[in-house]
Design a binder for this molecule. Structure first.
Ligand code: HEC
Ligand code: HEC
Ligand code: HEC
Ligand code: HEC
Length: 441
């Protein structure tokens, strides 16, 4: 063989290796595990639950059942234990949510298997409507929506809720948060069932039915872990992310009348401010993060690949990724376990400090407006203060309500808490000036 021939063979060899590797990574990835399709019983809607999938998909089912575990996080934030109360940990909530149900009971989220137990036993449920079941599993879609669209949303809660045999046990509430929450029960393909999310994304020009596989790995979580409101017109669920992923854009969405008949969640009894309640904008916070920019989805961290007896599968224990840090974070990051956990804890500490200052300043601002009114300030004088109060509290709540304690997007969270503190201080200064009777700022 000539030198040229040898070189050519070497070059071809390297090319074959290189493209072979690319094909392995791109074509065979990300899921080289063939999913066997198994007929799941439809008896008593078992296909909308979990138990009926046990024998067909034991690895996924057993890992899903780990959501029953009640463990704290190594960072000391979040965690999965019951009665982990935000109100106890942050008493300023009592003033900030005064006159609203979140001042009665407000607990940190725990595992998905408890969704039914925790909703059915919530002190906030009396008086609520059918729309509360929208983010508790696919019953809203596979049962009600297919029958009669959004009609269920304005019915009393008890009429819309999925059937249960015991409201205090995971087994008794099997039809809450079933496998069909993220999988089409006929094909086991990933799907988004939550029609409010589908409609709101369509209003952003995104057709969920054409989503890429990687986008589905955040949409299946984002369909519930986001900020929403109930439309005044027919009580269906809708999302202010139609206006943008930033809380400033979402505030503008509400202010501009784009939310239709919905204008506020409750009237604060002290400051008489028409308030907005933010709920867990986890999807929006992640969406503009360093990880999202790098294509890293909720599933990469919260549902990493695992191996059992040589079989590869996706972990369905959707909890703090630090509980299985080797399988998620450490597949991409070189730092040690200790360094990574310490990094997350530092982010939480900083975020928590600013978030609490924002909450405490907002609580004082409500009282300052109340004092100004008692001192004789007129509704016209107080109107601009109440507007600022509404915005300050919105930013605080956006950060207080997100579940990642700042980790998902640390710099964004800092900015928003900072804005809340600034606005709340402006309210206090202006209210104090009115109280003193000068009216001058
Ligand atoms: C880069 C990895 C990563 C990505 C991507 C990610 N998370 Fe997280 N998530 C974390 C970490 C780390 C925590 C904090 C855990 C702790 O302190 O124990 C967390 C916390 C949470 C919590 C609170 C858990 C608890 O114990 O209270 C929820 C809920 C959550 N994430 C949902 C999501 C959703 C939904 C998405 C996608 C929209 C997402 N996460 C994307 C890493 C990630
Ligand atoms: C909260 C969403 C969610 C729920 C609920 C859920 N899954 Fe999954 N499942 C996923 C995601 C995400 C994947 C990864 C799919 C991918 O990237 O292709 C997955 C993958 C799978 C796969 C493919 C093989 C594998 O391990 O990757 C099977 C089988 C499966 N799930 C079974 C189940 C069963 C059984 C249940 C109920 C006990 C269930 N899933 C509940 C999100 C979910
Ligand atoms: C059907 C709506 C819904 C979907 C879809 C959903 N979640 Fe949740 N998630 C919830 C609710 C509700 C809770 C709180 C349950 C409770 O406290 O009883 C929760 C709790 C959690 C927690 C806290 C668990 C713990 O151990 O502290 C994490 C983490 C989480 N979800 C991540 C995810 C991820 C990741 C996905 C996508 C793979 C996802 N969720 C999909 C509604 C949803
Ligand atoms: C699929 C790969 C992947 C996984 C899994 C992953 N990361 Fe990352 N992470 C990245 C990439 C890529 C970046 C951006 C790096 C850069 O731009 O320099 C990043 C950035 C970070 C940063 C810097 C963030 C910032 O705002 O600048 C931290 C901290 C971090 N990751 C921690 C974690 C932790 C903790 C986990 C597990 C909960 C985790 N990551 C899981 C890929 C990953």
């Amino acid at each position: 063989m000539s030198k040229l021939q040898k070189s050519l063979i070497a070059v071809f060899g390297i090319c074959a290796l290189f493209f072979g590797f690319i094909i392995m990574r791109v074509v065979a990835k990300p899921n080289d595990m063939s999913v066997k399709k198994v007929e799941i019983s439809h008896e008593n809607y078992a296909h909308l639950g979990k138990a009926a999938y046990k024998d067909a998909y034991p690895l996924e089912y057993n890992s899903f059942m780990k959501n029953n575990m009640l463990d704290p996080s190594p960072t000391g934030y979040g965690g999965s234990f019951p009665e982990n109360s935000y109100i106890k940990a942050q008493p300023e909530i009592l003033e900030n949510f005064k006159g609203y149900k979140f001042s009665i009971q407000y607990d940190v989220a725990r595992g998905h298997t408890y969704t039914g137990v925790d909703q059915l036993n919530s002190k906030r449920i009396p008086g609520q409507m059918g729309n509360c079941i929208v983010c508790k599993g696919s019953w809203m879609y596979d049962k009600w929506y297919k029958e009669s669209g959004w009609e269920f949303a304005s019915k009393p809660f008890a009429e819309a809720t999925p059937p249960f045999t015991n409201q205090n046990t995971v087994e008794g509430t099997d039809l809450y948060f079933g496998c069909s929450t993220c999988h089409d029960p006929e094909t086991m393909e990933l799907r988004v069932y939550q029609q409010g999310f589908v409609e709101s994304m369509a209003m952003r020009g995104v057709d969920i039915s054409n989503a890429s596989h990687n986008d589905m790995r955040s949409y299946v979580c984002g369909q519930c872990h986001n900020e929403y409101y109930f439309m005044g017109e027919d009580k269906r669920v809708r999302h202010p992310f139609i206006g943008g992923w930033e809380p400033e854009e979402q505030y503008e969405f509400y202010q501009s009348g784009k939310a239709g008949a919905f204008t506020y969640d409750w009237l604060h009894p002290d400051s008489k401010t028409p308030m907005l309640k933010a709920q867990h904008p986890d999807f929006e916070i992640w969406k503009t993060s360093v990880h999202a920019d790098a294509g890293v989805t909720c599933v990469d961290c919260h549902m990493p690949y695992m191996r059992e007896n040589g079989k590869k599968y996706t972990s369905h224990w959707m909890t703090s990724p630090l509980k299985h840090i080797e399988d998620g974070c450490m597949k991409c990051h070189d730092e040690s376990k200790e360094v990574l956990i310490a990094r997350v804890k530092t982010i939480h500490d900083n975020n928590n400090k600013l978030q609490r200052i924002a909450g405490q300043t907002c609580a004082k601002a409500h009282l300052a407006i109340q004092a100004a009114e008692a001192a004789g300030a007129t509704p016209e004088q107080l109107a601009p203060l109440r507007l600022k109060m509404r915005e300050a509290a919105w930013y605080w709540d956006w950060i207080a309500a997100e579940n990642g304690n700042g980790f998902h997007n640390p710099d964004k969270c800092m900015r928003i808490s900072g804005k809340s503190i600034d606005l709340a201080h402006q309210v206090i200064e202006e209210a104090n000036a009115l109280s003193k009777g000068s009216g001058a700022i």
